[in-house]
Design a protein around this ligand. Structure first.
Ligand SMILES: Cc1cc2nc3c(=O)[nH]c(=O)nc-3n(C[C@H](O)[C@H](O)[C@H](O)COP(=O)(O)OP(=O)(O)OC[C@H]3O[C@@H](n4cnc5c(N)ncnc54)[C@H](O)[C@@H]3O)c2cc1C
Length: 542
């Protein structure tokens, strides 16, 4: 066993964007910090990698909106070269008998929606306003440490005070708005959308957000929250927008790493951690798989909490009830992720042409209705994957010429629904042997909307849920580090009594997407955790 010469104030398990964010804030507060990342590159699920000679793309996470503007400012990401370009329109839905474009201004979207229903077009402004009012309340909660109920009587009193503070945004709402908030936090997206709109395409365009990373039907109660979680963001100050980081998602995390290094953070890559070390009942550092020990006064976990407590923290140091809750922590997305190198842009039956057009620069959703999405879910539950899957395609090379050779393109295919645990429904089969069959199906699905697409694919990189778990440590392929459901949100993320980033072992903290406010490339769990850690350092506690 080798011990590194230096003892750090904090060692961070994993160099995902939240680990980097947390490290940068800790370093700014004067702490010495070491990040140990298992992969050869930092960034976690937000990285850009070459997958075919001359072709690079975001490997997992692929589009920006949720990244907190304060994190962008505080970590000087623009100064480190980050440029985010807005999509000209948000979404394009090719349909069997036409298409729908969403975005590019309210009037443009209303004109598009009116092709299917005049009353739906008329309902749009009120729907957007309703969503924005509730999203504003959510924004007010994101950056705060949730009330930590259940962590002891004194803490419960503090938690009540925190709730009163956190409820400020809620109290400003009228009664109808409070009802909307309750609906969005508890109901299914399908029920809400059915109440607002009649025509299928606009419901599909909005409902897609409810099933992204969420292995559920759009009619599953709680799916409306997942929809809401996808609309609180902004790009370049424009709310609700999604955009493309020039150079791919790795541009965000490389800029974060640059700021970390400027603040003196030691970043170790190809440094897989085998376990958290415990001395005198406190987390005291980590041991790498090669036996090297990095000593630290505090250990901050950027990894999925299920992985942390299943694999890295010795069980005897964790209360039995907490361990049991973590074993049952719901983790598993129905997502299948592909990158493809393309010889040409797809030409859609609904809107032909291979010269770059607005719709090529948007999120292209291939799933015409909520009923289609619901079928996809039930099919995946029983068959292992949906035989008519939901595919969103983004072609970032249309706005970023750093990703592919001139005249060629790269596309991200983000596909739902596949079963995160394939052997559970198809005994004897694993994602290793089903991967290629399902990848072919995804390409055939796009082919239905854009004939010739399959022939234009020069190369592909495929990530099944199992690959996401092996490659990034995303247990069950869960893109959020745990389902975004009411029982695993806010004061109960990851578990009631530990929503304040402090884990049930002294000196151990959680700073990744498994902590409030959950998944997405936000930087917020990292920033919130750093604030709590700095408080503890100053008060000499935990
Ligand atoms: C396919 C996919 C698509 C997505 N699309 C989007 C999107 O378009 N937009 C968006 O905002 N969000 C998206 N997300 C969600 C978002 O990417 C994640 O929620 C977010 O990146 C989580 O960040 P994190 O820093 O908390 O954790 P992670 O990014 O998971 O980082 C954790 C890090 O810990 C490392 N690690 C694991 N085990 C060890 C160990 N033993 N020792 C050392 N290091 C270890 C991992 O290698 C990883 O680098 C997507 C996610 C996926 C998987």
């Amino acid at each position: 066993m080798r011990t590194s010469a230096r003892r750090f104030d904090a060692v961070i398990v994993g160099g995902g964007h939240n680990g980097l964010t947390c490290a940068a804030y800790l370093a700014a507060a004067g702490l010495s910090v070491c990040i140990a990342e298992r992969r050869a590159v930092v960034g976690g699920a937000a990285v850009t990698e070459q997958f075919h000679p001359g072709f690079r793309n975001s490997t997992a996470s692929y589009t920006v909106s949720l990244l907190d503007p304060q994190v962008i400012r505080d970590l000087r990401l623009a100064e480190h070269g980050l440029v985010v370009r807005e999509r000209p329109i948000s979404n394009f839905l090719p349909l069997p008998d036409g298409y729908l474009k969403v975005g590019g201004g309210l009037a443009a979207t209303q004109a598009e929606v009116a092709k299917f229903s005049r009353s739906d077009a008329d309902a749009l402004p009120a729907y957007y306003a309703m969503l924005e009012r509730v999203a504003e309340v959510l924004r007010g909660l994101l950056g705060a440490t949730p009330p930590n109920f259940g962590a002891g009587a004194a803490n419960d009193i503090a938690a009540v005070v925190d709730v009163v503070k956190a409820a400020k945004g809620f109290r400003a709402l009228s009664l109808p708005e409070r009802r909307d908030l309750l609906d969005l936090f508890t109901k299914s997206a399908g029920e809400i959308l059915d109440a607002w709109f009649d025509s299928a395409p606009i419901k599909a365009a909005f409902g897609f957000d409810a099933v992204v990373g969420n292995f559920a039907s759009p009619y599953t109660p709680g799916s409306a929250y997942v929809l809401l979680h996808h609309v609180f963001g902004e790009v370049n100050g424009k709310r609700g927008q999604w955009g493309h980081a020039i150079g791919g998602m790795g541009a965000i995390t490389q800029a974060m790493a640059a700021e970390c290094e400027a603040r003196g953070v030691v970043i170790r890559t190809a440094a897989p951690i085998a376990r958290v070390l415990v001395k005198a009942g406190r987390a005291a550092g980590v041991e790498l798989e090669d036996g090297e020990v990095i000593e630290a006064k505090r250990v901050v976990a950027n990894v999925n909490p299920k992985l942390l407590f299943d694999k890295l923290v010795p069980p005897e140091h964790v209360p039995e009830d907490f361990r049991r809750r973590m074993r049952n922590y719901r983790c598993g997305s129905g997502t299948f992720r592909m990158n493809v190198a393309l010889s040409a842009l797809p030409s859609f039956v609904a809107l032909p042409g291979t010269a770059p057009m607005q719709h090529h620069m948007s999120g292209i959703i291939m799933a015409p209705s909520l009923a289609y999405m619901e079928r996809a879910y039930f099919d995946a539950r029983t068959h292992g994957w949906s035989r008519e899957p939901i595919v969103e395609m983004l072609i970032p090379s249309t706005v970023d010429d750093s990703l592919a050779p001139k005249g060629r393109h790269v596309a991200s295919l983000f596909c739902q629904h596949v079963h995160p645990d394939l052997p559970l429904v198809l005994p004897g089969r694993t994602w290793d042997d089903a991967r290629d069959e399902v990848a072919d199906l995804m390409i055939a699905t796009v082919e239905k909307f854009a004939p010739g697409f399959g022939a234009s694919v020069l190369a592909r990189r495929v990530l099944s849920p199992l690959d996401l778990e092996r490659e990034f440590g995303l247990t069950g392929g869960d893109i959020f580090h745990g389902a975004l459901a009411l029982d695993q949100l806010f004061s109960s993320r990851p578990v009631l009594g530990h929503a304040d980033y402090r884990m049930p072992l002294k000196g151990l903290y959680l700073c990744g997407a498994g902590a409030h406010p959950g998944g997405g490339v936000t930087g917020i769990p990292g920033r919130n955790a750093a604030r709590e850690i700095v408080k503890d350092v100053r008060r000499r506690r935990h």
